[in-house]
Design a protein around this ligand. Structure first.
Ligand code: CUA
Length: 325
């Protein structure tokens, strides 16, 4: 139905039919009650019009069945809308674990995208068909919003935090990418295209172009350029905590409380190190605000994510060799 009407964008993701069905339901309910109310107004206006100057209407003292009826029916309908909408919302907020990860940085007025393998794009996003894609997004300046109408997804891109968005394309082709949050003079020009490709075409595309190392490799280089390793030693002997195996763990904070070591926590720790200090450590780390770009932070995050904890046998070896040093 949707694809024939120019009013509706193409359905090109797994969400698209679900979102459209909910929309059709909302429109149908709205049209039904608008018609019902207008017909009733005209009918009552004619049926109960004043027929002579002397006519006085009967007094009416309410009707319990009627009151119940017009409370219960709208309540039921709005509950259907709520549960239906909430179910869709939860589905759209929970990216599956096997999703392809891509990083997005918005700035006035362009979209910068980076694939794990290091391939970068501006105002263009290439993704494979039939695979869930998860975007981790932030902004360098003001609030933007990542909007792909054909996928029925839209998510704010906010400075100072990461937001995520996921979708699974169901159609190859070129689709519109918009900024859907007014962000300054050239907001309307902050547009681009999403290209959905056959998986093998995507692999070919991914291996083409001049990638300068993977995201994690660039992160490792940045980590050593900034001398992070001087304090964050892998064996925990430095002035800062070891970052090995940190990602995804729950961290004890000095002054009580805990935090989950996710992208947002790592980003905050690079830019505002004093905000959440790990229990047992001093707040001696300088801020890297202004020294690292948002893309740099993403590279660091990706590098830290990959710092896997040593396997048990390696740990044993470390313990054996430790006293000798
Ligand atoms: Cu970016 Cu509007």
């Amino acid at each position: 139905m949707g694809s024939k009407l120019p009013l509706f964008p193409d359905q090109a993701s797994t969400f698209a039919p679900d979102v459209d069905h909910l929309l059709y339901f909302l429109v149908a309910v709205t049209v039904f009650f608008s018609v019902l109310i207008f017909v009733a107004i005209f009918y009552f206006a004619v049926r109960y019009r004043r027929r002579s100057e002397q006519e006085l209407p009967h007094e009416i003292h309410g009707s319990l069945p009627l009151e119940i009826l017009w409370s219960v029916i709208p309540f039921g309908l709005t509950m259907v809308m709520f549960t239906w909408g909430a179910a869709l919302f939860f589905k759209e907020s929970r990216p599956p674990n096997n999703a392809l990860e891509i990083y997005v940085v918005g700035k006035q007025w362009m979209w910068k995208l980076e694939h794990m393998e290091g391939r970068r794009e501006i105002n263009e996003l290439h993704v494979p068909l039939g695979r869930p894609v998860r975007l981790t997004m932030t902004s360098e300046d003001v609030i933007h919003s990542f909007f792909v109408p054909e996928f029925r997804v839209k998510q704010d891109v906010v400075p100072g935090k990461y937001s995520t968005l996921w979708f699974e394309p169901t159609k190859t082709g070129k689709f519109h990418l918009f900024c859907a949050e007014y962000c300054g003079t050239k907001h309307s020009g902050m547009i681009g295209s999403v290209y959905v490709m056959e998986p093998h075409d995507y692999q070919t595309w991914l291996s083409g172009g001049a990638a300068s190392g993977t995201l994690a490799e660039n992160g490792e280089r940045l980590f050593s350029d900034l001398a992070c390793g001087n304090c964050h030693k892998p064996d925990n002997s430095g002035r800062g905590p070891s970052l090995v195996g940190l990602f995804g763990k729950t961290v004890q904070l000095s002054g009580g409380g805990t935090v989950k070591a996710d992208e947002t926590y790592i980003r905050e720790s690079v830019l505002q190190p004093a905000a959440k200090v790990v229990s047992g450590y001093q707040a001696v780390m300088p801020t890297f605000q202004g020294l690292v770009t948002e893309e740099g932070v993403l590279q660091l995050v990706e590098y830290i994510k990959g710092l896997a904890p040593p396997r048990p046998e390696q740990q044993e070896k470390q313990q054996k060799t430790a006293p000798e040093r």
